[in-house]
Ligand binder design. Structure first.
Ligand code: ATP
Length: 369
């Protein structure tokens, strides 16, 4: 059931259009991430939901009620910022208690709720310490406790993990999801880190230059990106741009004369400018002429893309090896799990790259579609 709804929300700073008519529905109890590169308007959008910034156009509703004219403290929203924003002169207990005291609760109720929130983030033992006596991860957990203690309807998190080191960030991801699911709070999470968004979100809204390009589950966004921007921003992708040549239910883009990369046709018309995209982990390597790819149906009319190439670089990464392969004028990256390969591939080796046509994605090149 939808809980928060943005309709055609716009925001300009002077003549700079930062948010260009965003519409978005956030379901009750889900974690939705706003994901996009720096400057695409994520924080501005979050600040409008929180009530820190007025809208230039559009509307924001919670529970079907228009809220965008209501001041922040009356929206029943909890917020966590990147820089924790704790009060340095107050103990952890008092930091967390602050919002409950503002709501004029009896002393025992304040104490009970603060205890509960600190237990939730596993910091009961730190209640009498001060923020500068805690690690970054602990401070961010206090900030989370402070946001949830007021029992908000919606939790907004603005890059809450970006000041933490990589390992702590991973731990905090799981912790946030666990707490969020336990209390079932509708959560909007801003991040520019695609791995973080994939790891924590029920759904992701991918933003680019003030618009939402796609909304979907992590799997949906990764496996069925609707635009080249989404495919290239989430994960890694090899991209082949060209004019579509339609042949039945296939679409081809010419690489060099006589050699095309094939994809399912989708909705594209002959001649439209497209990008055929393939993830590195979908590509296989074989010695030339061993029939591996060919056996699965070779050629332009088959179900497999086959490209002759030459290994440029081999990067061993433990669980996988990344192969940079020269194909015509370009480099294609294949990521292969490190199982026994049976033949050595070194820079200078000739190889055949192959992958199923169905594993190619196709998206309009920028400015098209
Ligand atoms: P980041 O991850 O870097 O915070 P973001 O996607 O959250 O990026 P916003 O903070 O929403 O982006 O900013 C979007 C654009 O609006 C940026 O170009 C920023 O410089 C500009 N901007 C943000 N706030 C203001 C302001 N108060 N006045 C003028 N321009 C602003």
């Amino acid at each position: 059931m939808k809980h928060v709804e943005l309709r055609e929300v716009r925001k300009n700073f002077g003549s700079f259009e930062v948010v260009k008519g965003i519409s978005l529905e956030i379901e009750r109890g889900e974690i939705l991430s706003l994901l996009g590169p720096s400057g695409c308007g994520k924080t501005t959008t979050l600040n409008m939901i929180a009530g820190f910034l007025p809208l230039d156009a559009g509307s924001i509703e919670m529970n079907g009620r228009v809220v965008h004219h209501i001041p922040p403290h009356r929206r029943n929203i909890g917020m966590v910022f990147q820089n924790y924003a704790l009060f340095p002169h107050l103990s952890i207990f008092e930091n967390v208690a602050f919002g409950v005291r503002m709501r004029k609760q009896p002393r025992e109720e304040v104490s009970r709720r603060v205890q509960e929130a600190l237990a939730m983030v596993r910091l009961e033992a730190a209640r009498d310490r001060y923020p500068n006596q805690l690690s970054g991860g602990q401070q961010q957990r206090v900030a989370l406790a402070r946001a949830i203690v007021i029992q908000p309807e919606v939790l907004l998190l603005d890059e809450p993990l970006s000041n933490l080191d990589a390992k702590l960030r991973q731990e905090m991801r799981s912790e946030i999801v666990e707490i969020q699911k336990k209390i079932g709070i509708t959560t909007i999470f801003v991040t520019h880190d695609q791995e973080e968004a994939l790891a924590i979100s029920d759904r992701i809204a991918v933003m680019n230059q003030g618009v939402v390009e796609q909304v979907g589950t992590p799997r949906d966004i990764y496996e069925h990106p609707r635009t080249a921007f989404v495919a290239e921003f989430i994960g890694e992708t090899n991209s082949f741009e060209g004019d579509a040549v339609i042949d039945g239910n296939r679409l081809g883009v010419s690489l060099v004369p006589g050699l095309s990369v094939l994809a399912p046709r989708g909705e594209f018309a002959n001649g439209s400018r497209v990008k055929v995209l393939v993830r590195p982990e979908r590509i296989c390597l074989s010695p030339p002429g061993d029939g591996a790819g060919e056996g699965r149906g070779a050629g332009r009319s088959g179900s497999t893309n086959l490209l002759p190439g030459m290994i440029e670089r081999v990067v061993y990464l433990g669980s996988i090896t990344r192969y940079h392969v020269r194909v015509g004028e370009r480099t294609v990256v294949a990521a292969i799990p490190n199982r026994t390969q049976g033949w050595t591939v070194e820079p200078g080796s000739s190889v055949t790259l192959w992958w199923q046509v169905e594993d190619s994605l196709v998206a309009p090149a920028r400015g098209e579609g």
